[in-house]
Ligand binder design. Structure first.
Ligand code: PLP
Length: 394
């Protein structure tokens, strides 16, 4: 009998991957499956980005890079942050990471230990809670409410902070709700955080440019008063349809007051993954500096599907769906169907071939909701709505 450390008994999962595996197995057995489960753009990475990686390999970029990432890639991130937020950062605060998740992991293991609290959005990305549990810190859910437009509430968040709180995790635009927190609410939160100077903030802004109807994304980076305790998570996965490349970036303070966070995460990289593979880092530069027309086309397609999915869901008995303002998820309220969300999600997959995720997979406040990723064709979305509708009237 082997004895692994007890932390691993508390580690969780991202059920979207389990649903993907089940949906793939059903499809392989000949079933007609419509996958609205996984949060992955169904578009190809734009060609010029792929070419940049191929060229990098041909040019001999086969070796290690600095653990923090190539300077040229970090400088590209600096240009990107200037264009999306108007804030000029230094490449010396940028980490190139193997995806978005490793930043989450690094931030949570840097601050979490028994006796401490970490606040995280619920419903929210499931890995936040899983990693908090892993560290032994107390996971404190910040409820994300439909009546609040799925934005986080500054007052409610501030009311949950205690002397034990080490880290506050924020996410806007949000998975799984598609909620976007307005600037005024974020300003209020930042003002309130002045009373809690020892709390670090992890702002997951991976869907930063994925907003609709002119909705403005407000980056936490635009608040200089918290810069010394802000970790900003972003990456290439969603914006440029690059989920499989494992390319993310994060911005870390490195001041004495911050406890030299950047240096700590650099050391973690040296210990765990050395660096991100070189050709992907060249692809990352091409993504940032190259033409954005394919990104715009992808967003236009998401916008059309968003309307289709919301209209379709609202036509179903017992279902009501708020219009998501960002990301590419719809999070309909299914309480009126009288069904439990996880059971409904698994019945829909097994019986109708529609893969989606039950709200409780994103936290206790997700009961009464299901998540549909509209990273699928309009035709398939309509077929899925049709199947869900027939199932609900059975
Ligand atoms: N943060 C949020 C809110 C996400 O939804 C996801 C992916 O679904 C990630 C981070 C992880 O991104 P990556 O695939 O780059 O690790």
């Amino acid at each position: 009998m082997l004895h692994t450390v007890s932390n691993f008994d508390r580690i969780g999962e991202e059920n979207a991957f389990a649903v993907l595996a089940r949906a793939t197995a059903l499809a392989q057995s000949g079933r007609d499956i419509i996958n609205l489960g996984i949060g992955q753009p169904d578009f190809s990475t734009p060609g010029h980005i792929v070419e940049a990686a191929i060229k990098a390999l041909r040019d001999g970029h086969h070796g290690y890079t600095p653990a923090t990432g190539l300077l040229a890639t970090r400088e590209a991130v600096v240009r990107r942050m200037l264009s999306t937020t108007g804030v000029e950062i230094s490449p010396d605060n940028v980490m190139i990471m193997p995806g978005g998740k490793p930043t989450m992991y690094a931030a949570i293991v840097l601050f979490g230990e028994p006796g401490t609290d970490i606040l995280y959005p619920d419903p929210g990305f499931p890995i936040y809670r899983s990693m908090i549990e892993y560290t032994g810190a107390r996971p404190v859910p910040v409820p994300i409410r439909e009546e609040n437009g799925f934005a986080f509430s500054a007052d409610e968040t501030l009311s949950l902070l205690t002397p034990a709180t080490r880290l506050l995790i924020l996410n806007s635009p949000a998975n799984p709700t598609g909620g976007v927190t307005p600037r005024a609410e974020i300003e209020k939160l930042v003002a309130g955080l002045a009373d809690f100077p020892d709390v670090a903030i992890l702002s997951d802004e991976i869907y930063d440019v994925m907003t609709y109807d002119g909705e403005e994304h407000c980056s936490l980076l635009t608040f200089p008063e918290i810069r010394d305790r802000l970790i900003l998570l972003n990456g290439w996965s969603k914006t440029w349809a690059m989920t499989g490349w494992r390319m993310g970036w994060s911005i870390w303070p490195n001041s004495t007051e911050s406890g030299h966070l950047y240096d700590k995460v650099r050391k973690l990289a040296v210990n765990c993954w050395s660096c991100v593979n070189a050709p992907s880092q060249f692809a990352g530069i091409a993504a940032i500096d190259g033409p954005q027309d394919e990104v715009q086309k992808m967003m236009q397609a998401f916008d059309r599907r968003r309307k289709t999915v919301v209209e379709g869901l609202n036509s179903l008995d017992g279902v009501s769906c708020a219009t998501p303002k960002g990301a590419f998820y719809a999070f309909p309220n299914i309480a009126g169907t009288g069904r439990k969300a996880k059971k409904l999600a698994s019945d829909l997959l097994e019986e109708t071939g529609v893969a989606l995720i039950g709200g409780p997979d994103f936290g206790v406040h997700g009961e009464g909701y299901i998540r549909l990723s509209y990273a699928n064709s309009e035709e398939n979305i309509l077929r899925a709505i049709d199947r869900i509708g027939s199932f609900l009237t059975r």
